[in-house]
Ligand binder design. Structure first.
Ligand SMILES: CC(C)(COP(=O)(O)OP(=O)(O)OC[C@H]1O[C@@H](n2cnc3c(N)ncnc32)[C@H](O)[C@@H]1OP(=O)(O)O)[C@@H](O)C(=O)NCCC(=O)NCCS
Length: 155
């Protein structure tokens, strides 16, 4: 784990929920499909508490009383017909705006990749919104490339 990065503690659920909401707000700002419903806070806390208990997931954070960023990662079983048995997904990555472009995003993502490697898993996916310019630039600079396009259509 890079310096300044550590596993999240279940006692800091409130701080994590604040960051999670900031990540959702970042997405909602460029695409309304990501908007949270009013009163989602309790559900956010429940979701995060579930990840903290899940042995197949890990949450890395940076900062103390105020968290500067977090990264969520999990390992999943691949469909049983595939040669690949397990793969990982980084589901969330956020660095507080005032702390960006200092290497923290990369340090958090490295911590997540280290955790994945320790599990003997050798491939990781990340879903990045097409309109998320920072996210697209970050992951591509970090060596991630195109794999799937998620298409949608309003009915
Ligand atoms: C994406 C994000 C986590 C990056 O965090 P960060 O701490 O600023 O990233 P780093 O400082 O480790 O950047 C590493 C490299 O990524 C690339 N990069 C990061 N942000 C970039 C930007 N806005 N534009 C272009 N390249 C960028 C650069 O190559 C950078 O290296 P450099 O600073 O030496 O040029 C941060 O911008 C963020 O929280 N954005 C909002 C949430 C988000 O989009 N998360 C991703 C969801 S999938």
């Amino acid at each position: 784990v890079p310096p300044g990065v550590r596993r999240a503690d279940p006692r800091e659920l409130d701080r994590l929920a604040a960051l999670w909401t900031a990540l959702a707000d970042h997405h909602a700002a460029f695409d309304a499909r990501f908007a949270l419903r009013p009163g989602a806070d309790e559900a956010v806390r429940g979701l995060l508490a579930g990840w903290l208990r899940d042995p197949d997931a890990a949450l890395f954070v940076s900062g103390e009383a105020t968290l500067d960023g977090y990264c969520a990662v999990r390992v999943d079983e691949a469909p049983p017909i595939q040669r690949e048995q397990r793969r990982a997904e980084i589901t969330d990555l956020l660095v507080r705006e005032s702390e960006r472009r200092r290497g923290l995003g990369r340090a958090l993502a490295e911590a997540a990749l280290g955790w994945v490697r320790e599990r003997g898993v050798d491939r990781v996916e990340v879903r990045v919104a097409a309109g998320n310019r920072e996210g697209q630039a970050f992951w591509r600079a970090f060596g991630f490339g195109d794999f799937m396009d998620v298409l949608d259509r309003r009915l």
